[in-house]
Ligand binder design. Structure first.
Ligand code: NAP
Length: 245
């Protein structure tokens, strides 16, 4: 039988924004499933959340690995019978950075970045949708980025106009498209699907040059994970404000 308490799976929850999102959701009394590529890392992270009173479980989940995705879904089905919140947080940046020559982008870079930031999100969501449908109020949050906004990239006066990292940006633009399409498919269900821009956050990916601290960087994900029935679906949000696609 499904448990009453809400259950959330956060991918890439062993560090950065994902870990903080798990912590903040856990502090709201939500059971958090900490996804990490390595089982001992996932269990270690869950143990440290548990030591501060959070109901946490470690789940081995390399999002690009089909066997891991299936095992995670089987574990959630057997242990909880439903999933209320899926945070597709795991992501990778382009190793070549923001100043790489766009016309020289390599196939391997596109494949590597799209594999994690788009294909794995689509595959994991497909695997978990039957469990989200069992929730009275399923929520899917896709960690996008302002760098996925075509509208802002096309405006030479926008603050991101000179920050062009094609593989990463295009993977997040495609993730935004998936968000819009899935929200449309699910529009007659209680499930809400939104894209979150966390801000430019001081993590390994964001670097120390970022202006936002990690606790603030998790706020958009947490808010979208816990929106009520009257909240948005199919939107691109940063700290409560809509971003242009
Ligand atoms: P981060 O500190 O680099 O953490 C990335 C997380 O994703 C790590 O836990 C990493 O696990 C995990 N990950 C990567 N590939 C994975 C895979 N195949 N399977 C499972 N986990 C995987 O990044 P972050 O800044 O917290 O970013 C979180 C999300 O926010 C990303 O989607 C990112 O694109 C987005 N975002 C971040 C910023 C920013 O300024 N930081 C801005 C906009 C959007 P390992 O430890 O095993 O590598």
């Amino acid at each position: 039988m499904a448990q009453d308490k809400k259950v959330a799976l956060i991918t890439g929850a062993n560090r950065g924004i994902g870990l903080e999102t798990a912590k903040q959701l856990g502090e709201q009394g939500i059971t958090v499933l900490v996804g990490a590529r390595n089982l001992s890392v996932a269990e270690g992270t869950a143990a440290s959340l548990k030591s501060s009173g959070i109901d946490a479980y470690g789940v081995q989940l390399d999002v690009t690995n089909e066997a891991d995705r299936k095992a995670a879904a089987a574990f959630i089905a057997e242990k909880f019978g439903k999933l209320d919140i899926l945070i597709n947080n795991a992501g990778v940046s382009s190793p070549e950075g923001f100043t790489s020559v766009i016309s020289q982008v390599r196939d391997e870079e596109l494949q590597r970045v799209f594999s994690t930031n788009l294909f794995a999100v689509v595959a994991l969501t497909r695997e978990l949708l039957p469990l989200l449908r069992k929730s009275p109020a399923g929520r899917i949050v896709n960690l996008s980025s302002i760098l996925g906004s075509n509208t802002l990239h096309a405006d030479p006066k926008s603050p991101i106009a000179d920050f062009k990292s094609f593989a990463y940006d295009a993977s997040k633009t495609a993730l935004n498209a998936y968000t819009i399409h899935l929200a449309w498919e699910l529009k007659d269900t209680p499930i809400k699907v939104n894209a979150a821009h966390p801000g430019w956050v001081k993590t390994e990916m964001g670097t120390d040059a970022a202006p936002m601290e990690i606790p603030d960087g998790a706020k958009t994900s947490v808010a979208l994970a816990t929106i009520g029935a009257d909240g948005p679906s199919g939107r691109f949000i940063h700290l409560g404000s809509e971003l242009p696609w």
